[in-house]
Design a protein around this ligand. Structure first.
Ligand code: NAI
Ligand code: ABU
Ligand code: NA
Length: 504
């Protein structure tokens, strides 16, 4: 077992490059979901702190060392942050697991991804210098034109608890690369590593106010950020209802938002797959990685009837082999869900499925060997119909529901039978069929013969009620840039639209 005695730092809000006590001095307890114990506390920001952070961010935007410096200089800071994250990887990963219940293996992988994301956007920040001013040729003697890419301004980044530091960095890294000044509001359920990012920024000397970190409750800290008149954009990842509230608040000021919300993504498995075990493992990974708390989790298995029984059999064997334990234990592959609320919510989904007539093929309860902690067994539910809650609603826990199909048309119809549109996966060795599914799936992310692999270079986001806008890749950077066209009249001749008074 990793060292669970890593001390939990007692931090304040990170504003203007310094630690600052919240104006109202309130704090929120940190709960370890594996033990249900309080292990520390975080500061609780309110509207007063948001005002101070916005002011610090506006100053950073106006200063030569941040808002108007080069991408190359900003890249140096991003690379320095990446290096520090790797230097502190072991402690950060442990803190992430203690706070969120994520397995230590996954937390460590997240820290690598965090560093990789900073490195990736450091490259893009450097490349931005040559794309900052792009001439546009009009074939005109009268006009010279060009397009500028500028930092959008002060941006609010509101993020969830399922990948506490990584989801924040998907927004922080491109926002800083673009030259914006950012205010990050992480989830109150898991904020420790985001506060440690503040310490890293302090250590590497990030110019003050470029990144401000306000922990606190959603309505008290996130709400004022979304409705602040001097915040130029909100980028949000989280639940649909909260996304909707943020969009409503931002709409009052015509403030742009990007929303990365939930999903109920399908994984379609055809009978032509060569290897049931490979498909079974991807199906497992698609729903049980991070204990199913993944917005892109492929939580609806749609399997061809001819192999359904053999495939489910194999799936069960793999599922029974998953080690469920304290997330710091070696080889743990399934930790607790994040909170008591999430635990109750997941169990309720399972009991509702049962009362609606579905069969709990496996799991559905707390694992017997774990008396404390918010643990739920990996759960597989069959005899599902399309009007059931379990087919329609995002559980955000380790719960897979299963339906069978006979024909390709039926599989597409079932796959798209959802209000969401984040991700979709197809498993088949028929290349043409995979192409047909790629086209037919109504979603922003397609996986072929796999589920969940995610790369910094590729756009991440959805359609339908999964939201709009894209994190990651060059799209993630464009989110934080203002595109400004400049048109200069270069002719010595008068414009001659009006009759000149001198000719009267
Ligand atoms: N798509 C995704 O990645 C995620 C989906 N979820 C889903 O959402 C459900 C609820 O989880 P929550 O933690 O309550 O998610 P949430 O969507 O309410 O929280 C996400 C972020 O929004 C903030 N927030 C909450 N209310 C706000 C408001 N009125 N104004 C501004 N910011 C606000 C939270 O403090 C947090 O930082 C989960 O059970 C899960 O189903 C949760 C987290 C991530
Ligand atoms: N593999 C990263 C998933 C991110 C998300 O749940 O939004
Ligand atoms: Na926690």
């Amino acid at each position: 077992m990793a060292n669970r005695n890593v001390p939990i730092p007692r931090r304040q809000l990170y504003i203007g490059g310094e630690w600052r006590e919240p104006v109202k001095k309130n704090r929120i307890p940190i709960i370890n979901p594996a033990t249900e114990e309080i292990i520390g506390d975080i500061p609780a920001a309110t509207a007063e702190d948001v005002d101070i952070a916005v002011e610090a961010a506006r100053k950073a935007i106006a200063r030569d060392d941040w808002g108007s410096t080069t991408g190359a200089k900003r890249a140096k800071y991003l690379r320095a942050i990446a290096a520090k994250v790797l230097e502190k990887k072991s402690v950060l990963a442990t803190l992430e697991s203690l706070d969120s219940g994520k397995t230590l293996f996954e937390s460590a992988a997240d820290m690598d991804d965090v560093a990789g994301c900073f490195e990736y956007y450091a490259d893009l920040a450097e490349a931005l210098d040559s794309r900052r001013k792009i001439p546009v040729n009009l074939n005109s003697d009268s006009f010279k034109t060009y397009v500028l890419r500028e930092p959008l301004g002060v941006v609010g980044l509101i993020t969830p608890w399922n990948y506490p530091l990584l989801m924040a960095i998907w927004k922080v890294a491109p926002a800083l690369a673009a030259g914006c000044a950012a205010i990050l509001k992480p989830s109150e359920l898991a904020s420790i590593t985001c506060l440690e990012l503040g310490e890293i920024c302090r250590e590497i000397g990030l110019p003050s106010g470029a990144l401000n970190i306000l922990t606190g409750l959603g309505p008290e800290a996130g709400g004022p950020l979304a409705s602040h008149p001097h915040v130029d954009k909100i980028s949000f990842t989280g639940s649909g209802p909260t996304g909707s509230k943020i969009m409503t608040a931002a709409a009052q000021l015509v403030k742009p938002v990007s929303l990365e919300l939930g999903g109920k993504s399908p994984i379609v498995v055809f009978d032509d797959i060569d290897n049931l075990d490979i498909a079974a493992e991807w199906t497992l990974f698609g729903i049980f990685a991070n204990t199913g708390q993944v917005c892109s989790a492929t939580s609806r298995l749609i399997v061809q009837e001819s192999i359904a029984s053999a495939f489910l059999d194999r799936l069960l064997k793999w599922t029974k082999n998953i080690k469920i334990s304290d997330p710091l234990e070696e080889d743990c592959k399934l930790g607790p869900v994040v909170s008591a609320g999430q635990y109750e919510k997941v169990l309720k989904f399972i009991s509702n499925a049962k009362s609606e007539g579905a069969t709990i093929l496996y799991g559905g309860k707390r694992p017997q060997h774990l008396k404390k902690g918010y643990y739920v067994q990996p759960t597989i539910i069959t005899d599902v119909n399309t009007s059931m809650e379990i087919w329609k609603e995002e559980v955000f826990g380790p719960v897979l529901c299963v339906k069978t199909f006979k024909t390709e048309e039926e599989a597409i119809e079932l796959a798209n039978d959802t209000k969401y549109g984040l991700a979709a996966a197809v498993m088949s060795k028929d290349v043409r069929r995979c192409e047909r599914f790629t086209k037919a799936f109504q979603s922003g992310i397609i996986w072929i013969n796999c589920s969940q692999p995610t790369f910094n270079q590729l756009p991440w986001g959805g359609k339908k009620r999964s939201g709009f806008g894209r994190d990651l890749g060059e799209w993630g950077l464009e989110n934080f840039l203002n595109i400004k066209q400049v048109t200069e009249y270069t002719s010595a001749e008068p414009w001659a639209f009006y009759k000149s008074p001198s000719k009267n």
